[in-house]
Design a protein around this ligand. Structure first.
Ligand code: DAT
Ligand code: MG
Length: 149
């Protein structure tokens, strides 16, 4: 099954949004594979945002993402990247549609509550940056409504 790396950023954790964010993915029918609170190190942050190292906001981004605990998660499901990025909403919270996590809970550019991998390949890299193999749960959710019919 396809999986992705999702992370509630320090602003979301600090504002007490972990439960609300998890609820959205659960209700969608996605499967939680792993989750933990993490204090991201500078090295982890730099690796995570490697693709943005030449951007003017890179320094700020690292400072923000290491400013307090984040909540790192692995979720699995069909078309997981597209589905989770749609739930997260656009990068800029001002443009993010109401009903999305960023549309409902964020306002400032760069401080946008949640991270979601942009493709399966980066998901695997990001998972390896934050989780060991032993931390991944292996079980089946009765989450697919079709299976109950
Ligand atoms: P996304 O998180 O939607 O994948 P991204 O990979 O383009 O977006 O950027 C990573 C993060 O960097 C993003 O969540 C917030 C921050 N960011 C992006 N563009 C920014 C900008 N123009 N100014 C400040 N922060 C920005
Ligand atoms: Mg990105």
């Amino acid at each position: 099954m396809e999986r992705t790396f999702l992370m509630i950023k320090p602003d979301g954790v600090q504002r007490g949004l972990i439960g609300k964010v998890i609820q959205r993915f659960e209700e969608k029918g996605l499967q939680l594979v792993a989750a933990k609170l993490v204090q991201i190190t500078m090295a982890q942050a730099a690796a995570h945002y490697e693709e943005h190292r030449d951007k003017p906001f890179f320094g700020e981004l690292l400072e923000y993402i290491t400013s307090g605990p984040s909540f790192a998660m692995i979720w699995a499901g069909e078309e997981i990247i597209q589905v989770t990025r749609a739930i997260n909403g656009k990068t800029n919270p001002v443009e993010a549609a109401p009903g999305t996590i960023r549309g409902d809970y964020a306002l400032r550019k760069g401080v946008n509550v949640i991270h979601g991998s942009d493709c399966l390949e980066s998901a695997e890299k990001e998972i390896a940056n934050f989780f060991t193999h032993e931390e991944l749960a292996c079980f089946l959710y009765p989450a697919d409504p079709k299976e109950g019919m």
